[in-house]
Design a protein around this ligand. Sequence first.
Ligand SMILES: *Cc1c(COP(=O)(O)O)cnc(C)c1O
Length: 473
Amino acid sequence: MHPKVFRDELAAAAEWVADYLGQITQRPVARPIPTAHRQALATGALPQEGQDLGALLEFVDEAIAPYPTGNGHPAFFAWINSPPSPAGVIAELLATAVNATCGMGEHALMDLERGVVRDLASLAGMAPTTGGVLTSGGSMANLLCLGAARTWFLRRHGATDGPAYDQAHARLTAYHSDQAHMSVAKAATVIGLPPWRLRAVPTTADQRMDIDALQAMVDADLASGLLPFCVVSNLGSTAGGAVDPIEAITQVCRGQGMWHHADGAWGGLGALVPQLAPLYRGVSDLDSLTIDPHKTLSVPVGCGAALVTDPSRLRDAFTFRASYLDGDQDWPWMSDYTIELTRPGTRALTLWATLRQLGRSGVVDLLQHYQDLAHYLRQRVQEQPGLELCNDGPLPVVCFRLTADTINPDRRADLHKAVAARIQARGHAYLATVSHDGETVLRACVCNYLTTTDDVDTLLQEVHSAIHHVRNV
Ligand SMILES: *Cc1c(COP(=O)(O)O)cnc(C)c1O
């Protein structure tokens, strides 16, 4: 490619990006992708001859950008997806140009990754020894931490190979609450822990893990000759925003020689918010913590982090040698902490750029912003006749439903689904449903730095108009 063409196209792309992000509020939050378009995209049709670069921008503008999930828009309240931080968007491009393969050898971005991992750990309130690795997201971070926990436990039991390993491995059990993210079960399966040795501990009315139930399950497993090795707690459950009792769980873990991993993919930084801080006491005693900077921090997707208080435990699990790769004793390669070898440097630079622009106080303000808007939404829901709250946080996710007196209880789940679908189709706001105490209800999560009280008001207007519409069809 001619350097001049590259420069011009790059400049045009930069213009496009600034326009797209600058005008995002003027577009529909999301819009359904026409079936023919989906098919065309999904079919794949590589032309024989290469095309000119200009066609790329046109393609993105016409075929991709009009059909987002919606998470760039301030009236998007579904799931836990944020818009990209401006610093992250620029950093992503820069890091792509540098094209680091942050797994082996030396690269400044690999050292920067060590630095931002420490920054994240410090923001979360973890012990100063904490290290770890950036990942594609929370699912991968949960997998790495469970892998590290398993290796650590088997080593401590002298069951590192042969029949001792097989026998011990076949008796491992782990625990999470019935509100855990499904990625925990996925991770357990990948490390060879089948679903029937992964226990879902019941929760109390506030959706937090029931400690007595946990202890009873662990005791029962020990009594039947099993080997409890890990408890996964929630720092911000996905469905309802619950934070498990960290210190009490750590105590149970210490009593039995178990690893305490906390899944804080979404809520892992909650200790920074003054009114949440008491719930996060004990984070410094965790063995490991998952955080997803691509959720609350708006780092472009995909950036997660596996933080481990003694990072050598990740290395024990994931260091493998090969003649074609000669590791570094003093500065272990990042591939020694994870499954990936050739790894992108975009995660480190986008996270660094985002954090640097925010500063510590900016991170606190951002999290507080989500809390304040969720509080506003809760208040508004409570004021509305015909609506009621189902949960009380503490994190910024608001579950609500139509009151029982306004609607036939048998129809309630269908109605909630229809309301969400109607709102999604109209494109003025976006929210999803979730199962709450076995019932399908509406769920709005605040995770967007652009969202204001006006967007919350729009959401409620949309809820009302959707209720009116689905009742009358
Ligand atoms: C989102 C989420 C995950 C999964 O993270 P991904 O980045 O989507 O892989 C895991 N746990 C919790 C609590 C989450 O909210």
